[in-house]
Design a protein. Structure first.
Length: 95
């Protein structure tokens, strides 16, 4: 599993994302950091603890469709594939 994650401004600067509470936003980021490369995460409780989030924050993410939760508790970050497949930019040598 990768140890680095990338977030796009199309998610974090979105009006719906900005209207959520800061704890719901933090929960989304912590869930994304804990997710595997395909966006699956089974560390929901740990992520909620790290983000100081409540069940209502998790429900907000579900209602706003940022995540999907399976019956067994595993969640999927819905936009994970697009976030994790950013093109690698090559910087030209300035000299």
């Amino acid at each position: 599993m990768a140890t680095r994650r990338m977030f796009t401004k199309s998610v974090t600067d979105d009006d719906h994302f900005m209207e959520m509470s800061s704890s719901a936003q933090a929960l989304y980021l912590h869930l994304s950091m804990a997710a595997d490369d395909d966006g699956f995460c089974n560390q929901v409780s740990a992520s909620m603890f790290k983000a100081h989030a409540s069940v209502s924050d998790l429900e907000t993410l579900l209602k706003c469709r940022y995540i999907y939760q399976f019956e067994n508790g595993v969640i999927v970050i819905k936009l994970a594939y697009g976030e994790r497949t950013a093109k690698r930019q090559v910087h030209a040598d300035p000299f």
